[in-house]
Ligand binder design. Structure first.
Ligand code: ADP
Ligand code: GLC
Length: 497
């Protein structure tokens, strides 16, 4: 049985700031259902309740460059991953000083903890000790984003002779915009005395760069959509690592994420019960819309379209063009058009403050600042349209969820948005959403105008598109098989070692 270890800084429902957490958990569940021996290692942040976990008896000794560091390991199971052969085991790495505080990467989304290089170097090293402790050596260590990207280096440079000599590494880039960049002096966490060769691997532009290290040393690199896999090899989207990614282009693959329909389906979603709906029973969607309008204190009028957003409030998501003071188009959109706008999000302070200021002036704009799963579900389910004008979008899960609920996405033509949303064709009436090409305040305004003219003049097309969107299948089946193919290719290399 193929053994795959996921190493991650987030996994739903234990710790989540965005889609990474959803992806790791739903991919793991799908792999388990396909008979892969998949396990997860992640930090035990203070907010993760360990009451139901089993504490593994021996203390964990992790040899760091400055001496031994001690931690503990708790074992839990991934909810929703149960199979006749058991659920996906999750090993939580505990270390009071490093993880015993609120927050995943920082107390607020705006600032990272000062010791993040230390926190995640420890995770990367501890992984090998945990595998030894549980006497389970994976065929593939599947790393996700910068926080686990030192593992390919440690595997190739230090662990290549012993038990791990037959293990391979895969790095999935969920977001090239977050690289884990620290002062070069912190590279001592990986190696005490750095040779020129070490620096060539760990350093980028005078700094210690986790993700760059992973890109250099991983056996296979994947990203979460075919279009983003191409985009990151260009200077426009490459975040200055495009040359490096181009040099590895034979090992770079793009696999579109699936959506977790167990959690995100209008037929079964508990947050909208008893008004669940489906393609053949759409009347309840109107009821959910009314409840959403009521929840946000908006007039309960079905003729007024509701535009929803659920997002991290950061530049990546097109928030500068939408609402940066004096340049964003949100004020004009809400002021000029007959619509209602609801935004759920948290993130950069400037954006939270600007949204609060705008809601004081616009009775049809409502916001909920913070993180709230229930509100996310009712916005996805009850809105008519879902806006994602991202500057770049590696995959994007919200557009997949919204299509499932017949909430038409309005997206920019980039990354996974381009791979999943089919633009409305006015002649044929076909499409699953609305696509804009350039990202400017003006183009967002114009696209919303186009959506509204379709809503008010061609409602039949909107209703047809809803059905086309709901019938699309973005389940994990195909994507999980593509991952298995890549794991098996690596495994076959081992056979020939
Ligand atoms: P990203 O990972 O870049 O933030 P995705 O679209 O891949 O974007 O995933 C975002 C995930 O996070 C979705 O599951 C979305 O519902 C959730 N999410 C984002 N912001 C919030 C919030 N404020 N409250 C609840 N869920 C949120
Ligand atoms: C990242 C990306 C997002 C993607 C998610 C899961 O957070 O920004 O586009 O859907 O990872 O892969």
């Amino acid at each position: 049985m193929l053994k795959v270890l996921m190493v991650t800084s987030e996994a739903a429902p234990f710790a989540k700031t965005g889609g990474l957490a959803d992806m790791v958990s739903s991919l793991s569940s799908s792999l388990k259902a396909r008979n892969i021996d998949v396990r997860i290692i992640m930090p035990r942040y203070y907010t993760i309740n360990r009451d139901t976990f089993e504490k593994l008896p021996p203390a964990l000794c992790v040899p760091m460059t400055y001496g031994d560091e001690w931690g503990a390991v708790y074992k839990g199971a991934l909810p929703g991953s149960e199979t006749p052969g058991g659920a996906v085991p999750v090993y939580f790495l505990e270390h009071e000083q490093l993880y015993g505080r609120n927050g995943i990467y920082g107390y607020t989304p705006d600032e990272g903890f000062h010791d993040n290089a230390h926190r995640y170097s420890f995770l990367c090293r501890a992984v090998f000790q945990i595998c030894r402790m549980i006497n389970w050596i994976p065929d593939v260590i599947h790393c996700h984003d910068w926080a686990s990207a030192l593992i390919p280096y440690i595997l190739r440079k230090e662990e290549y002779l012993g038990e791990f000599s037959g293990s391979f590494s895969m790095l999935t880039i969920h977001n090239l915009g977050y690289q884990g960049i620290f002062p070069l002096t912190e590279a001592y966490l990986v190696k005490k005395h750095l040779s020129a060769w070490d620096i060539a691997g760990l350093e980028f532009d005078g700094a210690f760069n986790f993700l760059k290290t992973g890109i250099v040393f991983a056996d296979v690199i994947t990203t979460v959509s075919p279009t983003y896999a191409k985009e990151i090899q260009t200077s426009q989207y490459g975040e200055r690592l495009d040359h490096l990614l181009r040099s590895r282009s034979n090992d770079v693959y793009g696999i579109l994420n699936g959506a977790d329909y167990e959690n995100w389906s209008p037929e079964t979603d508990a947050y909208i019960s008893p008004n669940n709906f489906s393609v053949s029973k759409m009347a309840n969607k109107k009821k959910v819309k009314k409840l959403l309008q009521k929840e946000f204190g908006l007039p309960q009028d079905d003729d007024i379209p509701v535009f929803g957003m659920v997002t991290r409030l950061v530049a990546q998501k097109g928030l500068i063009e939408l609402c940066y003071p004096t340049i964003g188009s949100l004020f004009n959109i809400c002021n000029d058009f007959k619509l209602q706008f609801i935004i759920l999000g948290s993130g950069n302070k400037w954006c939270e403050e600007e949204l609060r200021r705008l809601t004081d002036r616009l009775p049809n704009l409502k916001i909920w600042i913070g993180y709230n799963d229930r509100i996310a579900h009712i916005i996805e389910a009850g809105s008519d349209f879902f806006l994602m004008p991202s500057k770049y979008e590696p995959c994007g899960l919200n557009q997949l969820y919204s299509m499932r609920y017949g909430t038409l996405p309005i997206v920019r033509n980039t990354g996974g948005l381009a791979d999943s949303v089919e633009n409305y064709n006015e002649e044929t009436g076909k499409g699953t959403g609305f696509v804009l090409n350039d990202l400017t305040p003006h183009s967002i305004y114009n696209t919303v105008g186009w959506v509204l003219s379709t809503w008010y003049n061609k409602r039949k097309d909107i209703n047809n598109m809803r059905k086309q969107a709901m019938r699309k299948d973005f389940s994990w089946t195909k994507s999980a098989d593509e991952y298995i193919k890549l794991y098996s290719n690596l495994y076959n290399r081992k056979v020939f070692l």
